[in-house]
Design a protein around this ligand. Structure first.
Ligand SMILES: [Ca+2]
Ligand SMILES: [Ca+2]
Ligand SMILES: [Ca+2]
Ligand SMILES: [Ca+2]
Length: 280
């Protein structure tokens, strides 16, 4: 019996060690979902001028998102991302990116939304990395303070084209960039649903989720560096999920309001009954 126990214990330890070795590898070598990004409603939408004013962005939650240098994964930057939606059914992004040049360089921010659910948002590194096919992409350029609405293409690397290259599609973005000394601010607006029936733009409504991926090209006199959520070292990528809702518990918050109204109604009925009795 003792001998059997010893053997089964050793077997158990070996199995545990195999799992300890395999599981972390399996977790790393897959797309990793980072923060769920909540999008709050703002009745007074921000002015799209590149300045992320405190008041105009007051309802928004700030998320830190790590981007990796495509050719040197030890080199990372953290961008700060906020989102809002408006009465006009527009989605607005406010993004702050660390940067030390004066804004004359050709820095570029791209936001990619998974509009084609049949294709991956990003292809794995060992499958010929790049974007998946026909995902929405919005570009913001610092050199001309201008945005472009596009879609990704199913060819190698991070290729895309403008929506207006397709006769039935349209340009649906409005974006501006504001450079500061140690950082730049990007403000980008586009419709929650542009009506593009071929899926080259999102078709979002309240409480909808959509996968999102960030790209940034830092241009300077010294070098051009591409930062994305691709983790080349792990053969995979990170992504976020954008939700058109301000909190995860928005529907539940109605319950205490209903309980409060019922309690106040009962209290006022009891009070008026007591009053009547006193008069009698
Ligand atoms: Ca603004
Ligand atoms: Ca598009
Ligand atoms: Ca479009
Ligand atoms: Ca730069």
């Amino acid at each position: 019996m003792k001998h059997f126990l010893r053997r089964s214990t050793i077997f158990g330890i070996i199995i545990s060690l195999i799992f300890i070795c395999i599981i972390p590898t399996a977790i790393v070598q897959a797309p990793v979902k980072k923060d769920l990004i909540f999008t709050c409603y703002h009745p007074s939408p921000p002015v799209i001028d590149g300045h992320l004013g405190t008041a105009e962005w007051s309802p928004a939650i700030t998320y830190n998102i790590t981007l990796y240098n495509l050719v040197n994964q030890a080199d990372t930057i953290i961008i700060k991302v906020m989102t809002l939606y408006t009465e006009e059914n527009n989605l607005i992004f406010g993004v702050t990116i660390p940067d030390t040049d004066e804004g004359e360089a050709d820095d570029q921010l791209a936001i990619i939304l998974k509009t084609n659910t049949a294709e991956p948002l990003v292809r794995k590194y060992d499958e010929g990395w790049g974007y998946g096919k026909d995902q929405d992409i919005k570009y913001l350029y610092s050199h001309n303070n201008h945005s472009v609405d596009g879609f990704t293409k199913d060819i190698a690397a991070l290729n895309w084209d403008e929506d207006i290259s397709i006769a039935t599609a349209s340009e649906d973005s409005l974006g501006k960039v504001h450079p500061e000394i140690t950082y730049d601010e990007y403000e980008l607006e586009f419709p929650l649903n542009s009506g593009d029936t071929d899926g080259r733009d999102p078709a979002l409504a309240l409480n909808d989720d959509i996968e999102i991926f960030f790209f940034y090209k830092d241009d300077s006199a010294a070098a051009t560096t591409t930062y994305t959520q691709i983790r080349e070292a792990d053969g995979d990528f990170d992504y976020n999920v954008l939700r058109i809702a301000c909190t995860a518990t928005t529907p539940v918050q109605i319950f205490p309001i209903i309980v409060g109204i019922i309690s106040m109604t009962f209290a006022s009925i009891l009070y008026s009954k007591k009053k009547k009795k006193r008069r009698c």
